[in-house]
Design a protein. Sequence first.
Length: 256
Amino acid sequence: MLALSPVTNRVGFYIAGGPALLARGSNPLDDDSWGGGFQGKVTVRGANGGAEYFNRAWFEFTGGSFETERGGGWLRSVHPDDAARMSRAMAKAADEREPYEIKYRLQRHDGQYGWMLDIGKPFYDIGGDYCGVIASCYDITDRRRMELALAESEARYAAITSNVPGVVFRLREDASGALLFPYVSRGVTELCGLNAGSVEADASLLFDRLPPDDRRRFDASLRQSALTRSTWRWSGRLSAGETMKWVTIQASPMRL
């Protein structure tokens, strides 16, 4: 028995299963126990990737019908630029029988496209034989818009800071207390020879350039600034290969 509960922004789910699942020879949409009453979108795809089941929410979103969506018909609702990638993901999931997660655009009944997060997992019958994939679709259109807007904003920010003398950075502390650089301008390369992307991926590459005494003062001044919400000012030495440079930092703390 398959029990499903509504989830916020869930577009639907589909089950990629073999013919034995649908031995009744009809769309199980008529049977609410299969998810017809589920408020998200649901489809059932055969082990070969062909869809054999959709719930009402799926049809309400795409405007299609069981006859037009079954088999490979559902792919017509996937954005042309994403269809091949989606097909490969489904084929890979069937071949390797591994969970998958993919983002793609799905056409709504009004002709517009919404971004979907499709999460699928393989499932087996009571005898342990592979039946296909059960997956849930989540409408992430608003989140995707925010991600694109953020990416554009960061690109503009990077373009501006690339012409600012010195190094512009954002520094934060994660839940474990480790310091991270979400952003470092390209000026860090001129300062000490490190690549900005490498420092963003591993902040220790930069911190390890600080002599022990300077690092202790660095950490102490940073903690004090965070506690008092006051401007952070620090000066100390930084290794730049064979030379030691004297650097000064001035930054303003902010609550996230």
